[in-house]
Design a binder for this molecule. Structure first.
Ligand SMILES: [Ca+2]
Length: 508
């Protein structure tokens, strides 16, 4: 059987990422204490910083096979470093994709740091070969390692960043209270990290997510609208100034870096900012390629040796993968340049450095999402905003059936849903295929009341105020990030005279 997506092959049962109200979370978690909002009213910002010790873990040894986006991730993730040189000269060309001439990039490889059964998944090989080996080994870990070893020439001691990106990873770790899987290394990292419970990718697709992470710009602004590889062939715009380009310009070298144990052995761990997260949600229904919570919620650990104050604590701040570029620039004290990708429209980062959060809990309650494609056939633009417990999704092509990608189609989960549906049998799913394919233009959910996002409140007059507030926030962000879709689907962006939306009178 060919597996696509993730499958447990050991003990335990498959488990999707826990919602905030997951009963496995300890009763002192903020989700249990968050005041229930009056319908139509926004809740007050969550509680401040708190320290929570995670319960002891029951370590069993299930094995997890990963495929899916790994082989089709296409978009390079940074490998960097002044520490080792990239293995493949051919990757230099792909640096241009990020807008960084001469920047060395690779898809990364499986890291031995996190994998007790990672034989054959060499971290030095990187790229597709590494991915294929990991897939075929059957012992694969679920982490795709991206390392960014960075050395700053402006300081007495070098500063480094290690960025570890799981491919299609979810919350399968002890740090997020999953006791069915053994992740001792991640748990150890969590003990010296701030653990984010409300971290999101801005786009639920592999190459676009990586491009967004490494530019700090949403997909509609950096140009990586869909997958990079094969016939999909999406690329970021030539003039995008990516993180590797900015780091290289500052004299910071990028290349294949070292994993944690090696950093410790080299005596540079205490000079290294370590970030662990995932590129997109788990490859299950409502997951990858969707802007629903399972498609965008990500684990995120940020460990700074210079910010031990909140090690082991949990942050409720709403943060985004769009925050990682400003975080890494902040770590190296590099300002973001003033420039335009097109015309005179100056690029502004809408993400924020996470370093201050390592000192004190902020009242950050809003993150945005933007998706246009996955595969080239999957034009289904969506924009979204999380604001506190409310989540708004704008489906621009809501008259179309939601598109399905090839990997997801052949997954046992989706095949089972198809077979049971066509046979008229119950699926046990909380949705049906018709609901999944055909979506309302606006979807508004209260995740406090409805963690599975099944009860659309957009047409409920009690939530009109909330709907309008989130719509206003969303369109403001779209203008700020120069979204070409900002006027769709009932208007057209007309920029010949002055940028404005012109009505189409298309009955929407
Ligand atoms: Ca992925």
């Amino acid at each position: 059987m060919k597996w696509v997506g993730m499958k447990w092959v050991g003990e335990g049962s498959p488990r999707e990422a826990p919602p905030l109200s997951d009963p496995t979370l300890p009763p002192d978690s903020a989700a249990h204490h968050r005041s229930r909002p009056v319908p139509g009213r926004l809740a007050q910002p969550g509680p401040g910083p708190r320290t929570r010790r995670r319960p002891p873990l029951t370590h069993r040894t299930p094995q997890l096979r990963v495929s899916g986006c790994l082989r089709s991730s296409g978009f390079p993730v940074v490998s960097a470093a002044g520490l080792q040189k990239p293995e493949r000269e051919g990757e230099r060309e792909r640096g241009r994709v990020l807008g960084g001439p001469g920047v060395h990039v690779t898809e990364g490889g499986a890291g031995r740091l996190w994998c007790s059964h990672d034989r054959g998944a060499g971290s030095r090989g990187g790229g597709r070969a590494g991915a294929a080996t990991m897939r075929s080994s059957g012992q694969g870990c679920w982490v795709l390692l991206i390392s960014v070893g960075l050395c700053c020439v402006h300081r007495a001691r070098p500063r480094n960043v290690l960025l570890i990106l799981a491919d299609d990873g979810g919350f399968e770790s002890g740090a997020y209270n999953n006791s069915a899987i053994s992740t001792p290394h991640l748990d150890a990292l969590a003990r010296r990290s701030l653990v984010f419970r409300n971290a999101f990718t801005s786009v639920s697709s592999c190459s676009p997510s990586r491009a967004s992470l490494l530019t700090g710009l949403p997909q509609h602004q950096n140009g990586m609208y869909g997958l990079h590889q094969d016939v999909h062939h999406f690329n970021s715009f030539d003039r995008v100034q990516s993180l590797p380009l900015l780091l290289g310009r500052a004299g910071i070298h990028t290349g294949i870096g070292l994993v944690l144990q090696e950093l410790r052995g080299a005596g540079v761990l205490n000079d290294t900012l370590v970030i662990f997260t995932s590129d997109n949600g788990i490859p299950f229904p409502s997951g990858r390629t969707n802007l629903y919570w399972p498609g965008t919620a990500e684990p995120m650990l940020v460990s700074s040796p210079e910010h031990p104050k909140r090690w082991g604590q949990v942050s409720e701040a709403y943060v985004s993968l769009l925050d990682l570029t400003p975080t890494i620039l902040d770590w190296f004290s590099i300002p973001y340049p003033s420039y335009a990708i097109f015309g005179t429209k100056t690029v502004q980062l809408t993400g924020r450095s996470l370093l201050p959060v390592l000192e004190a809990e902020p009242l950050w309650t809003t993150v945005f999402g933007s998706q246009s494609y996955h595969e080239v056939t999957m034009s289904y633009p969506m924009r979204s905003v999380h604001h506190q417990n409310f989540h708004l999704v704008h489906n621009l092509h809501f008259k179309m059936p939601f598109p399905i990608d090839q990997d997801f189609y052949i997954s046992p989960t989706f095949q089972d849903l198809l077979n049971r549906t066509t046979a008229g049998q119950p699926t046990g799913w909380y949705k049906d295929l018709h609901q999944y394919y055909y979506r309302e233009r606006w979807e508004l959910y209260d995740r406090n009341q409805d963690p599975h996002e099944t009860h659309n409140l957009a047409a409920d007059p009690r939530y009109t105020q909330v709907l309008e507030l989130l719509q206003t926030q969303l369109v403001k962000w779209q203008w700020e990030t120069h979204d070409p879709w900002v006027c769709a689907p009932d208007g057209v962006l007309e920029e010949k005279l002055a940028p404005q939306c012109r009505p189409l009178h298309n009955e929407l």
